[in-house]
Design a protein around this ligand. Structure first.
Ligand SMILES: Cc1cc2nc3c(=O)[nH]c(=O)nc-3n(C[C@H](O)[C@H](O)[C@H](O)COP(=O)(O)OP(=O)(O)OC[C@H]3O[C@@H](n4cnc5c(N)ncnc54)[C@H](O)[C@@H]3O)c2cc1C
Ligand code: SF4
Length: 497
């Protein structure tokens, strides 16, 4: 048995249902910390659990709606979960985006499984390209890994972002070489990597991680030009789960103040200390000139994956409309117009993601990839529109969204009746329904799930400037100037004419 066979032994039984998924996370010997304390069993941690439950929704969807959550390509007689299927046609990408919107609608948060899918999709073509150029065997190794992941139906995290230290310097010029993940040692069986990956979505909720470089590399950055896959419980890995706004509200007693007690996202800092990766799981090792292509393809896939936010937008528009109903202003013209504006912004995001899928193209490996320009435009929309949608939701909700008494006040014998009396609006409306909707708006616009709806929309898959750089590269200004000059009938031959 080789090293890789050994690592897959625990995954011989495929994970099918949400319960299978919860079981698969139990009893793992992982070094996880939250709020300065070791978490021995993340599934049993009340603050972490909603993020695990959001990931579990990807399994529920696949069993409830197999045509959306799965792909008919058969692997050993079973359909493949869509989160493990490298798109091969435009329809594959369109269906992926429909699935992402649906999961956003169901959870109202980041369901965390797309980074790994987009990492798989990027690795498919880049390993193929490296082999074609350098005669290496990365693609065959990758396909074997992919097939095993599909059979076991595991969750794969996508670990791209390094801590990066001084942003003006490449990896080899940093004060600490560990600020970018790198190869520190080699032996006859594999490589050892050290460093860290920051902001890792769903890291503790995953089974495997694919680590990749986060930017263009130079020849001097050869040791940092590394791609591979590791089990999340590999020796040498430490997870420090990030703090989210209002995350401990879930511990306060009742579920109401949490706003969305069922679902949340998760990010962690992952520290790698001499983590062993057998050669079977190494997909790039020193081929620095391919790092930029890998980053560009990953971001092209991932920027359109942010169609997920339209599902969250649907929830927030629904919450704002319900808050207006509760206040008796549902037929007021400016309220209706604000709901129209929110919908227009949300569907603008959707249309750019769908357009990028419809105009996708085939790569030499056979993988299909979104149109790069449209995908960057889509993500750039996402860096802005959810903020405006949130502003409008808060406008419609009124100030109570941030000043409302707590669920405990409601339960207090002395002041509970006062809260009910003065929060009442309409005949037949249960005051707690009004409070729940306002808490949901708070949750998504300034609370725990604003991490996913707002700041993740801003920085995830690259900060806004990263998209502007790609848009500038593809904007074809000279071609457009030539069009204008021809129609205007300009005479001068200089570029400045
Ligand atoms: C909620 C969330 C989830 C995420 N999930 C994942 C994940 O699962 N996997 C993953 O790999 N990553 C993930 N990320 C990371 C994400 O890709 C990064 O946040 C993003 O690339 C920006 O990097 P940074 O956060 O280090 O910001 P910084 O690099 O510190 O950027 C801050 C500002 O500085 C500017 N800047 C930075 N460097 C330069 C430069 N050289 N020149 C000019 N301007 C510069 C940026 O444009 C930005 O305006 C996640 C991020 C968030 C917020
Ligand atoms: S931000 Fe959206 S695309 Fe990224 S992992 Fe979360 S749900 Fe998926």
């Amino acid at each position: 048995m080789n090293q890789a066979d050994d690592l897959w032994q625990d995954f011989s039984k495929p994970i099918v249902t949400a319960d299978d998924y919860f079981s698969s996370l139990r009893g793992r010997d992982m070094n996880v910390f939250f709020m300065g304390e070791r978490v021995s069993e993340p599934v049993d941690n009340a603050v972490i659990w909603p993020s695990i439950n959001a990931m579990a929704e990807t399994y529920r969807l696949a069993t409830e709606r197999p045509e959306l959550g799965g792909v008919r390509t058969e692997v050993r007689g079973r359909p493949v979960n869509r989160f493990l299927h490298v798109p091969a046609t435009s329809d594959d990408i369109l269906n992926k985006h429909e699935m992402q919107r649906e999961l956003g609608r169901r959870t109202g948060t980041c369901f965390q499984r797309c980074v790994g899918l987009d990492a798989l999709s990027a690795c498919h073509s880049v390993t193929f390209d490296i082999d074609a150029q350098a005669g290496t065997e990365y693609h065959a190794r990758f396909l074997k890994f992919l097939s095993r992941a599909q059979e076991a139906n595991v969750v794969i995290g996508g670990a791209m972002t390094d801590p990066k230290g001084d942003r003006s310097k490449p990896p080899h010029q940093q004060i600490d070489p560990d600020l970018f993940l790198r190869v520190v040692k080699r032996d006859e069986k594999g490589i050892y990597v050290s460093g860290a990956k920051a902001h890792q979505t769903g890291a503790v909720n995953s089974h495997w991680l694919i680590f990749m470089p986060t930017m263009r590399m130079t020849e001097a950055d050869r040791d940092w030009s590394v791609v591979g896959a590791v089990r999340v419980d590999s020796p040498g890995l430490t997870y420090i789960v990030g703090r989210q706004t209002n995350d401990t509200r879930i511990l306060d007693g009742g579920p109401m103040d949490a706003g969305n007690a069922q679902f949340a996202g998760q990010e962690a800092l992952i520290v790698f200390e001499d983590v062993f990766v057998p050669f079977e799981h190494v997909f790039m090792d020193g081929e620095w000139s391919h790092a930029a292509t890998l980053v560009e393809r990953f971001t092209t896939y991932h920027r359109s994956s942010y169609v997920c936010k339209t599902g969250l937008g649907d929830v927030l528009i629904g919450a704002a409309a319900t808050a207006a109903d509760h206040n008796g202003v549902e037929n007021v013209s400016h309220i209706k117009d604000k709901l129209v504006e929110m919908t227009h912004l949300n569907e603008t995001i959707y249309s750019s993601c769908v357009a990028g899928a419809a105009k996708s193209k085939k790569l030499p490996s056979g993988a299909q990839i979104n149109d790069e320009m449209l995908s960057n435009v889509a993500k750039h929309n996402v860096t802005r529109f959810p903020f405006e949608i949130s502003r409008l939701a808060q406008d419609i909700a009124g100030g109570l969204v941030v000043t409302m008494p707590s669920e405990k006040d409601l339960q207090n014998n002395e002041i509970g009746p006062l809260v009910r009396k003065f929060l009442g609006t309409k005949e037949g409306l249960d005051v707690t329904d009004r409070m729940r909707i306002l808490r949901l708006i708070e949750n998504m616009t300034i609370g725990r799930n604003a991490v996913g709806y707002l700041t993740e929309s801003l920085h995830g898959a690259g900060s806004p400037q990263a998209q502007r750089i790609q848009i500038a590269r593809g904007m074809q200004a000279e071609m457009k100037k030539a069009l204008a000059k021809k129609l205007a009938g300009t005479k001068s031959s200089s570029k400045e004419s």
